[in-house]
Design a protein around this ligand. Structure first.
Ligand SMILES: [Cu+2]
Length: 120
């Protein structure tokens, strides 16, 4: 492979990557709280711009998860079995997940805000 072919190939790879990345960004932005895709292994969720970030997490049983409201408005973290109540701007809510399973939650003030906790 000569130098110019390599450059064209590199350009192609960059183009494909750019499309892939912007495509993902577009998807997550347009769907907002898209729950597809792999969960993120973390015990910290930020509530920002009317979204839970990341909105899909995976933890092991017994882990305490902190949901921090980094937004300027009040939100809630509402599961079927328990509820944070109002989390004011700058405050956080902690919950320890002891039961294995997949638990969906939402904000009771803004029902389009949704998230999921996978407990293994
Ligand atoms: Cu909310």
């Amino acid at each position: 492979m000569n130098g110019s072919n390599r450059k064209i190939l590199l350009l192609g790879v960059i183009l494909v990557l750019t499309f892939a990345l912007t495509g993902c960004t577009y998807l997550s932005n347009s769907v907002g709280q898209n729950l597809s895709g792999e969960p993120v292994a973390t015990n910290a969720v930020s509530i920002k711009n009317f979204s839970f970030t990341p909105n899909k997490i995976t933890i092991s049983a017994g882990t305490e998860v902190t949901f921090t409201n980094d937004d300027s408005t009040t939100h809630t973290v509402t599961f079927d079995a328990f509820n944070s109540g109002n989390i004011k701007s700058g405050s956080s809510y902690k919950h320890t997940f002891d039961v294995v399973g997949i638990f969906n939650y939402h904000c009771s003030i803004h029902p389009s805000m949704t998230g999921q906790v996978e407990v293994k």
